[in-house]
Unconditional design. Structure first.
Lengths: 170, 769
């Protein structure tokens, strides 16, 4: 079996592994590194549950990504979002708005939301819906997820240092 | 509803969501045990075949394979995946073996392997050689009952699982039809929806020192335990079921799925085994929604709309096993009784075996199908007698004291009028509904439709709904809530904690629910089905909290030298009602119960048992506005409003979440969700999310769930259920809106563009002729 020595970061921790070339990033994260916060939903890129971020803000489907392609990359999973014990504002908004039911799509949904807000801090409702289209949730009917992303957008703007300098107004 | 509430009615966050949002919650999919093996199943490629031989020698010879199980390992005890069977005194039919001599649907397991990793397990499955004697199969109820049709089960002549059987009939329908001024009737068909939770079916089983522990997505844990013991022919006490969080539900956990195979594997391998299905396996193997494939319904009314007679027949396509098809048809029938004041009703159910995947239960169990048929016929009746469809529903629905679902039950509360009012206003009914026969022009035409129904809060007294809830108090004044509704994400534990905290006068944070849930710890509980979690378990929690409150007051009474009934508890403090300054902290009493050093140490642990008898129907009105493209047949839902009489929302955020989630599943049922099984070879053609479509964010119309809180005298803090209510009214309201838009009556769900176009074509050709 052909393997590649691959070095990458997951949640700021460096890993160097000999990875069989056919192995997906999802398999390596879940099965080899026991990072079960990354979820398997379909294995075919049809549900978004396995979403992780690459190099900060680029969402990818880890079930469709060969792990060896991650050489030199920085991967963020949902477990890597909290800082100093504090939830990320997107995570906080998901809890506050009740945007979580079974919670199985939540890691992917949260990460995708983070990436949307990184690129566009004040998305319209349409932007949010378009951005999250590839992430399926069977439980919530999506309304509360949209509200959570809107709430996080406001919270992030309020806490942004630039805005604070301008008097804290959003 | 006068008293001031501190915790109940508040939008407090669901406690387990902090774990979920960080990816830290345990699911069957995440659980890893030391030495755990990976289990994989070998599925039949044939819809009907005799299993002549299974040669496992090559698989067993593969390095890393720890166990292979086949029918030789099956103790051959007849059972059913449907664990709900224990809720009926006489049970439901049991017709399954873990591995049988015959396979009856494509995807049925024939063998299973446990190996040290997934790759080896897959390889081993491929090395198993099965010799099949392929037999002819039947793929529709119509073919199945034909003379000489292949038999699914030797014991079922003409594949009749249950012959037409009348249930809960009353009055004389033939006489009342003869006295009716207007009669409408129709034959309807509905789809085979999949629960399709994001976590596929999965479980972990561990056999160790004569005990079998199963981590399961079970919704009915104690009966799951009993059924596993029955199938394996071991004493029930040797089985323990643990419910971690489940990434699915909606009825999926009311049936077994991979559990029997994982159990056989761990018992043979002597190591823990996880069987986690792929998405394709989940869609091919997990029992689907009760497939009531045909509803025949006839309705008669007087000129002024007075309901006279209703006659209906529900035909279930059981698939390969009886599963829950009979109870599904039964609920279709029973739920139909409660809605309108018909003078007489005659309804019957029947179930036919086919070589399809069998049926379990999905949210809206049975009520989906009868409501779809009934609410369309009500619309037709209204047009014929020239009545506003909202007015008919208001005038003729049953009310308080009216006939319940089951004999000898009565309606305890009804807020349907308010639901119809607020829903009509929100959708803008007055401006949008232009009366019967309003002329619409253009390629894309809009219309509005309405539907209504009453559901239940637990299936008592027909089904056993016995519940226990325990509160165990700690020395710091907090308590653990021990129950087992299952952790499907329904948020009911938040409601339970709110109920307990409100009764006890302590904070929401002070009540911690037991997770994961474990049948070795929890008292008997049915679990979660039939929208019972808030109402039935909530009542047990309320009762336990009331008993605990009394014990706290008694103890405080001794400390304070004041009679217990002169005391009250608020904000974690026990105080004299007449002299609020005089009091003691709740936690001081809690501390005293545990660390009192020879002065009556007695930890307060209270268990309350409830066996409810009332069924407390929640009522709902649904309003759809649609735009139909007459060239493509595409139906776009512009707006969907559902208004719900839920008694009281213990936690409005949770209630809205349940209803909004149900709403989107209801739209899926109405417009696009359907498991399609080839009528040529029985292959499931919809075994991926690419083919089995569930709504994405862009498929989601402008939709809203409105709450009507008028209270129910029997519910905990006057709450009724909200778990299933959200899903019922999309299909009938959309169908009625389509009629308003383009004048076609659709009788089949999903209402796909093909069906819409065919109906439009049929209409125009009828008009031309």
């Amino acid at each position: 079996m052909k393997t590649h020595s691959t070095t990458f970061f997951v949640n700021n921790k460096e890993y160097t592994l000999d990875i069989p070339v056919h192995r997906t990033l999802l398999q390596v994260l879940r099965d080899d590194l026991s990072m079960t916060d990354v979820k398997y939903g379909c294995g075919a890129g049809e549900c978004g549950a396995c979403t992780v971020l690459v190099d900060g803000d680029r969402p990818i489907l880890s079930c469709l990504t060969l792990a060896v392609l991650m050489n030199g990359r920085k991967i963020t999973t949902v477990a890597g979002l909290e800082k100093e014990g504090e939830l990320h504002p997107v995570q906080e908004a998901f809890v506050e708005e009740g945007a979580i039911q079974c919670g199985y799509c939540t890691p992917g949904m949260v990460l995708k939301s983070v990436s949307i807000l990184e690129k566009n801090p004040s998305p319209t409702e349409k932007d949010i819906r378009r951005g999250l289209e590839g992430n399926i949730c069977r439980c919530t009917g999506y309304e509360k997820i949209v509200k959570a992303v809107q709430r996080a957008s406001i919270a992030l703007a309020a806490s942004s240092p630039v805005k604070q300098k301008e008097g804290g107004k959003v | 509803m006068q008293e001031e509430l501190r915790v109940v009615g508040k939008r407090v966050p669901v406690k387990e969501n902090f774990d979920k949002v960080q990816g830290k919650a345990d699911y069957c999919a995440t659980i890893t045990l030391p030495g755990m093996l990976v289990g994989k199943l070998l599925h039949s490629p044939h819809a009907h075949a005799r299993v002549v031989s299974v040669d496992t020698s090559r698989a067993e010879g593969l390095q890393g394979v720890k166990a292979v199980v086949t029918k030789k390992d099956d103790p051959r005890k007849i059972f059913t995946w449907n664990v709900m069977t224990y809720q009926l005194p006489d049970g439901e039919p049991q017709d399954q073996y873990i591995f049988d001599d015959v396979v009856r649907y494509v995807g049925e397991p024939v063998a299973a392997v446990a190996a040290v990793n997934e790759e080896i397990a897959k390889k081993a499955v491929d090395l198993i050689e099965v010799e099949y004697d392929v037999l002819p199969a039947v793929f529709s109820v119509e073919d199945a009952v034909k003379k000489g049709a292949p038999r699914v089960h030797d014991t079922a002549e003409n594949n009749i699982g249950a012959p037409p059987t009348p249930v809960f009939c009353y009055g004389d329908v033939e006489k009342d039809f003869s006295e009716s001024d207007t009669i409408v009737e129709g034959v309807f068909s509905t789809s085979k929806q999949s629960q399709a939770g994001l976590e596929n079916a999965g479980c972990v089983a561990e056999w160790r020192n004569g005990r079998l522990t199963v981590w399961s997505q079970a919704q009915l844990p104690h009966m799951t335990k009993r059924m596993i013991a029955q199938a394996l022919d071991i004493p029930e006490s040797t089985v323990r079921v643990i419910q971690p969080f489940a990434g699915t539900g909606f009825g999926a956990g009311t049936d077994l799925c991979p559990e029997p195979y994982a159990c056989l594997l761990t018992m043979k391998a002597g190591a823990p085994v996880k069987v986690a299905l792929t998405r394709s396996e989940d869609l091919r193997m997990r029992f689907t929604r009760e497939h009531i494939v045909r509803v025949e319904m006839k309705m008669g009314v007087k000129k002024d709309g007075t309901p006279m007679a209703l006659k209906a027949k529900y035909t279930g396509d059981a698939g390969a096993y009886m599963g829950k098809i009979l109870s599904g048809c039964g609920v279709a029938l029973a739920s139909n009784i409660t809605e309108y004041e018909f003078k007489s009703m005659y309804q019957e159910i029947e179930a036919i075996y086919t070589h399809h995947l069998a049926c379990g239960a999905m949210r809206g169990f049975g009520g989906m199908q009868s409501t779809f048929a009934r609410e369309i016929l009500v619309d037709e009746v209204c047009e014929k007698i020239g009545m506003n469809p909202i007015e008919f529903r208001k005038k003729y629905h049953r009310g308080v004291g009216g006939l319940g679902w089951f004999p000898d039950t009565k309606i305890s509360s009804c807020g349907l009028d308010a639901c119809l009012d607020v829903g009509a206003e929100r959708i803008g009914w007055k401006g949008k509904w232009q009366g019967w026969g309003a002329k619409k022009e253009g390629i894309r035409r809009r219309g509005v439709g309405v539907a209504a129904m009453g559901w239940l809060s637990g299936a008592q007294p027909m089904l056993l709904e016995h519940t226990n809830a325990t509160l165990k108090f700690n020395s710091d004044g907090t308590c653990t809530l021990i129950g087992s509704p299952g952790l499907l994400g329904q948020g009911v534990l938040a409601a339970h904690c709110q109920i307990a905290a409100e009764v006890l006068g302590i904070d929401y944070d002070d009540v911690r629910p037991l997770t994961p849930q474990d049948t070795d710890i929890t008292g008997f509980d049915i679990g979660t089905h039939a929208s019972r979690g808030c109402y039935c378990i909530g009542r047990a929690v309320e009762k336990a909290a009331q008993q605990a409150r009394e014990l706290f007051l008694e103890r405080a009474s001794k400390k304070l030298g004041v009679a217990a009934d002169a005391l009250d508890i608020k904000e974690r403090r026990i105080f004299c009602k007449d002299d609020p300054e005089k009091g003691i902290e709740f936690r001081e009493i809690a501390q005293d119960t545990i660390y009192s050093f020879g002065k009556d140490c007695r930890q307060i642990t209270v268990n309350a048992t409830i066996e409810p008898t009332e069924f407390a129907p929640p009522w709902q009105a649904g309003f759809a506005e649609v735009e139909v493209d007459t060239e493509t047949g595409v139906v776009e839902v512009i707006k969907m409003i559902i208004a719900h009489d839920i008694g009281r929302a213990i936690n409005p955020t949770v209630v809205e979440g349940q209803l909004e989630g149900g709403q989107l599943q209801g739209i899926g049922f109405a417009l696009f969700e359907d498991i399609i099984i080839s009528s040529e070879n029985g292959v499931n053609l919809t075994d991926s999310f690419n083919k089995y479509k569930i709504a994405s964010m862009l498929d989601c119309p402008d939709h809203e769930a409105l709450l009507v809180e008028l209270g129910d005298p029997t519910g905990p803090f006057s709450a009724k259920s909200c778990g299933e209510s959200g899903i019922f009214l999309q299909a009938p309201a959309i169908a009625n809106a389509i009629y308003d838009a383009v004048g076609i009556r659709l009788r089949d769900v999903p209402m796909t563009p093909e069906r819409v176009l065919a109906a439009l074509k049929n209409k125009s050709s009828t008009q031309t002729n």
